[in-house]
Design a binder for this molecule. Structure first.
Ligand code: PLP
Length: 394
């Protein structure tokens, strides 16, 4: 008899883990490593959220809640959609789960049958392909070309669509590229989805982190008709610096929300009650800290972008959102004597003591991801180290 199920044998571990583990090992040996791998804001959760969660526990809110979240939280999420995107969702069109990752997991479990295809634009967030495969689906990759700011076009989507295409997942602003789809681009993608009856999964977790002129637009707001074909996934992790609280949500078609709720009712029961009270305070209280954190990220980006781009063999598009830089470093890797960027990234950690995430895990072999959810001084020092390393080795 087999110890493990086939479905987990095929799982690949998160690519961010290997380099983070190695960085930790070096740190434990006393090496001064700068880690630029972080996928979470480096600020604490705002005080008023922590206090609301604490008060809720003292008031006895320490029991099970409905599987898809409390009525108050769903109402607050519904009001958030109304206020930010001018989209109306009733509470039974909202599912609150244990983080956006868990919400996406439930969603794919709820909509995919064996052999259903899901279009995943590259570069992608690492968990999409694995979650699709775990639900029995088949990822179909479509390249977001660097020349098109790592975004896919409607023509590319049309060419990739088949009878089996069940859904597409768009992540704007994007992890890892920081790019944002414009209203026109979203409209033309929506058109192809309507033509081919493809569900749009819109991961909007970085919604609040946008810089310069660019603003996030939800594809569900394109038209009332397209809203019905869209499932929005979002959460408080990145916007309110609440990654550890594990609260995310989906909004969309009632039948899908109901199926996700049933799944959660037999697996997680409900997202942690205390965390739901924190998320409720996050949405009903002041949004000032959200803006302060956004402004801090933008300030850092503007302070480091040019010097990163000036490193020999680095070519970086300026991110419009999220908190990552995703330079193409193939030329630098080759001039330092490596055939792959993976090897280059491993050597950067070893010799320059800077931990970056190789792009291969995001389906983009020529890039590396650097997170500026880290203090400015460390980031500047990291750039100095990388520049010195490249100068010395090429
Ligand atoms: N989607 C994207 C694109 C992300 O980068 C992340 C977190 O890294 C998530 C979803 C998951 O967020 P959560 O922490 O709410 O599960």
């Amino acid at each position: 008899k087999h110890l493990l199920a086939d479905r987990v044998k095929a799982l690949t571990p998160s690519s961010t883990l290997a380099i983070t583990a190695k960085a930790k090992e070096l740190k434990a040996q006393g090496v001064d490593v700068i880690g630029l791998g972080a996928g979470e804001p480096d600020f604490n959760t705002p005080d008023h959220i922590i206090e609301a969660a604490y008060e809720s526990m003292k008031a006895g809110e320490t029991k099970y809640t409905p599987a898809a979240g409390t009525a108050d939280l769903k109402k607050a999420v519904s009001q958030k959609f109304e206020k930010d995107q001018h989209i109306a969702y009733s509470p039974d069109e909202i599912f609150v789960g244990s983080g956006a990752k868990h919400v996406l997991y439930c969603l794919f479990q709820a909509i995919l049958n064996e052999a259903d295809e899901v279009i995943i634009p590259t570069p992608y967030w690492v968990s999409y392909p694995e979650q699709v495969k775990l639900a029995g689906g088949t990822p179909v990759y479509v390249e977001g070309k660097e020349s098109n700011h790592y975004k896919i076009t409607a023509d590319q989507l049309r060419a990739a669509a088949t009878e089996k295409t069940k859904a597409i997942i768009i992540n704007s602003p994007s992890n890892p590229t920081g790019m944002i789809y414009s209203k026109e681009e979203l409209s033309s993608l929506a058109e192809v989805c309507v033509e081919n009856n493809i569900l749009m999964v819109s991961d909007e977790i970085y919604e609040k982190l946008t810089y310069g002129e660019e603003k996030h637009i939800s594809i569900a707001s394109i038209s009332e008709e397209f809203k019905k074909q869209t499932i929005i996934v979002n959460g408080v992790s990145k916007s309110h610096s609440m990654t550890g609280w594990r609260i995310g949500y989906a909004a969309g078609e009632k039948a899908i929300i109901k199926a996700m709720t049933n799944l959660a009712s037999h697996s997680t029961s409900n997202p942690t009650t205390t965390a739901q009270f924190g998320a409720l305070a996050a949405y009903t209280g002041t949004q000032q800290p959200v803006e302060e954190m956004r402004a801090a990220f933008e300030g850092r980006l503007n302070q480091v972008f040019d010097s990163l781009n000036a490193i020999q063999g680095f070519r970086c598009l300026k991110p419009q959102g999220a908190f990552y830089l995703f330079p193409n470093v193939k030329e630098a890797a080759v001039s330092c004597g490596f055939t792959t960027v993976d090897e280059f990234a491993a050597d950067l950690l070893e010799k320059a003591n800077v931990a970056v995430i190789p792009g291969s895990g995001f389906g983009s072999d020529d890039n590396i991801r650097l997170s500026y959810a880290t203090d400015l001084k460390s980031f500047k020092e990291a750039i100095k180290r990388i520049a010195a390393y490249v100068n010395e080795h090429s």
